[in-house]
Design a protein around this ligand. Structure first.
Ligand SMILES: Cc1cc2nc3c(=O)[nH]c(=O)nc-3n(C[C@H](O)[C@H](O)[C@H](O)COP(=O)(O)O)c2cc1C
Length: 304
């Protein structure tokens, strides 16, 4: 029998990875007979106060922490009386140093709002920041997403409790990560519009921060940017460019739809045979944990 029947799924997403995970949870839990309400966290939208016996909160890891709108959303929740909650972070590198404390602050704030956070876990999606996830790993991450979601859903319905073990050094990293909020506001103001902008307004329509308006038929940027990168990667004519810190952008662009289209169906690569660099060890461990591959997985640490 299911432990939870009425589940509220709330998620923040920039470039779509967390949204894919949230929709996969909805699909999986509804198939198991649960009633799910799904809510997108975005600026200017207050939490929907629907009844639920489990809150499933998902967010992308931003600078070893949660993005600012997630905190604003939690702060505007009504006080609840011991409702269960699960916090799922979605990252590019996995449950490794310096990411292990990324859920600490959101869990503290949910607890203050009367939630009992009984479960926390990391899901990995192809990275949209700084370093491009190698193609093979990206394909494999997309392939295992439904399995990761199924495993977490089964844990929750079986009443399994999991709490993280954040490293003390990562608690410091995650506090430093809060600086990203003001850095992001500043960064967003300096986004450049290139001459070949078609004035289509896609960026203004899709910005989750409501930070972009069309002024004189050109995108104009205010100071509320969440640093989610949706506008830069999503612009249909690739006409937006960072005004500073260009190195954080993946030069080839980032599109989960393209990764999904290019992914060979049913990849059957034993995780133990993957040759990955040090940076991707967390991804390899995550894939291994979902693969059912029982052979050694620490014997191939060569660089790409
Ligand atoms: C500003 C910013 C900071 C990020 N910081 C981290 C990080 O500290 N650790 C990590 O593993 N991934 C980091 N990422 C990568 C994202 O967590 C990852 O790509 C995630 O899947 C993005 O989710 P989304 O597509 O729902 O926005 C960062 C991404 C951005 C845009």
């Amino acid at each position: 029998m299911n432990t939870y029947s009425n589940i509220k799924i709330a998620y923040y997403s920039g470039t779509g990875g967390t949204e894919l995970a949230a929709k996969s949870f909805q699909n999986c839990l509804e198939t198991e007979g649960c009633v799910c309400t799904i809510e997108k966290i975005a600026s200017g939208i207050n939490p929907n106060q629907s009844d639920h016996d489990l809150l499933l909160l998902l967010f992308p890891v931003h600078a070893f922490n949660a993005p600012e709108p997630v905190y604003r959303w939690i702060d505007s929740l009504e006080i609840e009386n011991h409702i269960s909650a699960a916090v799922i972070s979605v990252s590019g590198a996995g449950e490794v140093c310096p990411n292990t404390a990324c859920r600490v602050s959101s869990i503290k704030r949910l607890t203050k709002k009367g939630y009992d956070v009984i479960y926390e876990k990391m899901i990995i999606m192809p990275s949209n920041f700084f370093v491009k996830t190698p193609s093979l790993l990206s394909y494999m991450l997309m392939q295992v997403l439904p399995k990761a979601v199924k495993q977490i859903s089964s844990d929750l319905q079986a009443g399994v409790c999991i709490t993280g073990k954040p490293l003390w050094v990562d608690r410091i990293f995650s506090l430093m990560g809060k600086l990203e909020t003001s850095g992001g506001h500043h960064w967003g103001k300096r986004i450049k519009v290139l001459d070949h902008c078609t004035k289509c307004g896609w960026c203004a329509k899709h910005c989750p921060a409501g930070n972009i308006t069309m002024k004189d038929e050109k995108p104009a940027f205010a100071d509320r940017c969440h640093f989610c990168l949706k506008c830069i990667y999503g612009c249909p004519s690739k006409a937006l460019q960072p005004g500073s810190c260009k190195f954080v952008i993946i030069q080839e662009g980032y599109s989960l739809r393209e990764i999904a289209e290019q992914r060979p169906q049913n990849l059957l690569i034993p995780v133990k045979d993957l040759k990955v660099g040090f940076y991707w060890q967390g991804v390899k461990e995550y894939l291994f944990s979902l693969s059912g591959d029982q052979s050694s997985h620490s014997d191939s640490n060569k660089h790409d």
